[in-house]
Every structure is written in structure tokens, then in C-alpha cells.
Design a protein around this ligand. Structure first.
Ligand code: ADP
Ligand code: ADP
Length: 216
């Protein structure tokens, strides 16, 4: 049976960073809904233009388009063994839809690491985040700077600061997270799948705790 891991947590807590490490370690695909929207935006697709209007305001993209985008993504061959889902699901409707689509592949969500940190940590992390234009590699100007300022270590592409990482938009995204995504914490706790992880530690420490929780 395939393995699906859902990373839950507020904006900027380190889901993308940990998802990339986990994907390397487990050889599962990394599926990031935010990266998929940004890729669509870069390619100027209709979905990208629609998503941008919500992303710029710090709001969630509507469930129906988000769910069809993820359905298409996890149907690709590289997800046959499973995936690390980063940023999806974010609403109860998305969680229901995920359960149904995985049931079609005779699979289910196996574990839900829930990474947390105080709001001040989230603001500091998003405020210093630099993202790679080509493949979404993640840097922080203070905590994980690239070797050369403004250039991705992996693919040499340009690093940029996301429009929605402005402090006003981050504050809005945290509010949206508390209202729309927090119910999923209780939902997965009740199913016995939630693994609570302290995200306020350095990257390597969070990875250690995460891997040991998953191996239990
Ligand atoms: P998310 O996907 O949850 O929004 P990211 O993985 O993109 O979070 O991380 C947000 C920012 O914080 C990035 O700049 C990243 O380099 C940095 N970061 C991630 N994890 C840590 C950590 N444990 N300690 C310090 N900085 C971190
Ligand atoms: P972060 O890593 O900081 O949590 P993401 O890159 O995951 O941010 O998401 C950026 C934006 O993309 C969100 O604010 C939202 O507008 C949109 N988005 C990403 N995932 C979803 C989702 N599952 N449902 C609805 N909107 C989403």
C-alpha cells in the first residue's frame, strides 16, 4: 500500500523545508499545493491567474479547483508509492475529498505531523524567506542563507521574496489558517494520526524529531 503523509502547520513554520528533506529520505514524491499554484502562475495558466487573486489577499483558493489540481497531481506515476502532502488539505472539505481520492487507490492518510511555533517565529521566518524561481528551493536570509546572495545553490536560478510574505499578508494568512485549517488538527487527532512536532527548533532538530515520530 502507498504511504501518504500530510504536513500540517501554520504559514512559515517550515513545512516546505521538512517536506523536501522527508521526500529525499523516504523517496516519496513532494506535493506542495502552494508550489503548484506558483508554477501555474509562472506559466500564466487560467488556474494560475485565478489562484493569484486569492493568494495576493492571503485567502485560500476555492476548494473545487484546489482539489482537482491535487487529484491530477497525485494520479501521476511518481505518486504510486505515495507522497508527502505539503499545504493540502487546508479545509475540512479538502480533507474529505482527499480521503475519497486515496480510497480510490486503496490508500489512506498514514500520518499527520503537525508542526507548530509561535506567531513571532512565523513572522520572522516568512519575513526572511527567499524562494527559488525555478524549483521552489527554500532559503532564509538569516537561518539558511544561500552560498551566493540571490542565487539558488541547487540550480543557479534567481531567488525572490514572495508577494504574500509581506507582514500584512502573513498576518492575514495566519488568521485564515486559524479559522479554516485548525479544525483539521482535531479531525486528525481523533483518527489517531496526529504527531505533534515543535517547529521552533533549528531545521536539523525538527527533522530528527519528525523522523523519530514517523518511525514509531
Ligand atoms: P512553510 O512551508 O511552512 O511556509 P518554509 O519551509 O517555507 O515554511 O519555511 C519558512 C521560512 O523559514 C524559510 O525561509 C525557511 O528557510 C525558514 N525555516 C524553515 N524551518 C526553519 C527552522 N527550523 N529554523 C529556522 N528557519 C526555518
Ligand atoms: P505557506 O507555505 O507559507 O503555508 P503555501 O505556499 O502553502 O504557503 O500557500 C500559499 C498560498 O497558496 C495560500 O495562502 C493560499 O492562497 C494558496 N494555497 C496553498 N495551498 C492551498 C490549499 N490547500 N487550499 C487553498 N489555497 C491554498
Amino acid at each position: 500500500m502507498a504511504t501518504f503523509i500530510v504536513l500540517l502547520g501554520p504559514p512559515g513554520v517550515g513545512k516546505g523545508t521538512q517536506a523536501k528533506i522527508l521526500a529525499e529520505t523516504t523517496k516519496l514524491a513532494h506535493v506542495s499545493s502552494g508550489d503548484l499554484f506558483r508554477e501555474n502562475l509562472k506559466n500564466q495558466t487560467e488556474l494560475g491567474k485565478l489562484a493569484k487573486s486569492f493568494m495576493d489577499k492571503g485567502e485560500l483558493v476555492p476548494d473545487d479547483v484546489t482539489i482537482s489540481m491535487i487529484r491530477e497531481r497525485i494520479s501521476r506515476p511518481d505518486c504510486e508509492a505515495g507522497a508527502i502532502l505539503d499545504g493540502f488539505p487546508r479545509t475540512p472539505t479538502q480533507a474529505d475529498a482527499l480521503e475519497k481520492m486515496l480510497a480510490e487507490f486503496a490508500s489512506e492518510v498514514n500520518a499527520v505531523p503537525y508542526i507548530t511555533a509561535d506567531e513571532s517565529v512565523l513572522v520572522e521566518r516568512t519575513g526572511g524567506r527567499w524562494t527559488c524561481r525555478e524549483h521552489g528551493h527554500i532559503y532564509h536570509e538569516k537561518f539558511s542563507p544561500p552560498q551566493k546572495t540571490g542565487v539558488c545553490d541547487f540550480d543557479g536560478s534567481e531567488l525572490y521574496q514572495r508577494d504574500d510574505d509581506k507582514v500584512e499578508t502573513v498576518t492575514k494568512r495566519i488568521r485564515v489558517y486559524l479559522e479554516q485549517t485548525m479544525p483539521l488538527v482535531e479531525y486528525y487527532r481523533k483518527c489517531g494520526k496526529l504527531l505533534e512536532i515543535d517547529g521552533a527548533q533549528p531545521v536539523e532538530q525538527v527533522t530528527r524529531v519528525l523522523l523519530s515520530a514517523l518511525n514509531k
